[in-house]
Design a protein around this ligand. Sequence first.
Ligand code: HEM
Length: 464
Amino acid sequence: MGLHTPRYKGLLGWVDARMPSIMDIFEAHIANYYAPKNFNFWYFFGSIAAVVLVIQLVSGAFLAMHYKPDSRLAFWSVELIMREVQGGWLIRYMHSVGASFFFIVIYFHIFRAMLYGSYRTPREIVWIAGCVLFLALMAESFFGYLLPWGQMSFWGAQVIINLFSSIPVIGPDLSTWIRGDFVIGDATLNRFFALHTMVMPTVMIGLIVAHVMALHDVGSNNPDGIEIKEHRGDDGKPLDGIPFHPYYTVHDIYGIAFFFIIYFAVVFFAPEMGGVFLEGNNFIPADPMQTPLHIAPLWYFTPFYTILRATTADFLPWLGGAVLALGALTYFTVRGWRVRLFVAAMTALAFSFATVHKVQLDAKLWGVILMAVSVTILFALPWLDHSPVKSMRYRPTWHRVLLFVFIAAFFVLGYFGMEEPNPMRNIISQFCMAIYFGFFALMPWWSRMGTFKPVPDRVRFTAH
Ligand code: HEM
């Protein structure tokens, strides 16, 4: 009859006889995927991120049933959803709180990778797919934030799109092209709606598939940073691995349940989070004739926004000095005259652009460059970290201290991005920027320094 021999009974067997590839995927990626048995708290966030994506897709689809992507109607259609549509307020709050939780979860997820060196060989592609996902998530939330067409939507988009106009030569035309008009208007709203609801979700789903496929090809890292595939039993299975199903499916459901408790507590009791998750100014319809006194992006962009804002003209000589120091350090570290020549030329170029009159780039453009670098530098992490061991557990304690100082600087940058700037805050922000960039730029040197602890052969695990 041309049917495959089913591996299961009942309905599942009926499907398996006709479409075995479904259960092949289940077996390869869930039932027979061996994950290290010592996963801890930090390993919940990958599956929680996938759950948040589903929340956003479902709540977004329901919002789109009532939302009007028209600059005259958009704001009022959101008000209609909040006041008239049955359960509309819940759907809207689930979506807006979901956006903030998506970033919280992803920041935890990235932190875990930094803690255990999960970006190191052989997981570079997992990491790169993750970094592209992070950029996609940022784009997705930026497009979405324009849709309610409130004051912050309008002026936030105005500030960010204007940044493109500081790019030499093509900048002004590029920003007009992005807006589809000389000012943010109906054309911008329409394209952002298409990008937010169709393009970016599709891109993100594709990236997640690539991310997880790459991970399953090489296998998961773990808090000890040991490759479990290096110790296999007679059956060829990793001795320190357990099948993802049922062990981690149950484990993850437990983590997801906790997540839901916290998420719904916020949705029901503090959906605006005191203006942090939904800003007060965004409950005022967009008015192109009236600039709000204080324009700030949502909290998850503020560390990068502060880097943009704190790059003022008085910071450029410091930047020049840092470029020179880093250039000299790199010059004396690399080998081969061609590489050295390249390093010297790039250092001279960057130094002149930062300090030399006439060729010096505008501080605003430097701000845009540094902001872009502050995000994209993540891509380089696998090649910046030269530590002989992956996990922080076996690195010198001061490496852990450095990581926490870096995180603290990131928090301070984030906090100042939400507040109005003043000279004192600017200086502190510049200091935190130095920590932020210094952490990455000097990593090739500091990551191999100090006394490393011996890494055990097998993972550390106590049954609980
Ligand atoms: C929508 C966003 C994302 C989703 C749904 C997602 C999903 C997942 C899942 C399900 C896992 C396996 C479970 C786990 O280790 O927690 C994983 C692992 C991983 N993810 Fe993501 N991820 C996302 C974004 C990112 C980002 C932004 C990065 C880094 C910039 C990243 C880096 C990693 C790394 C390095 C691993 C391997 C961890 C290890 O084996 O120790 N992911 N991700």
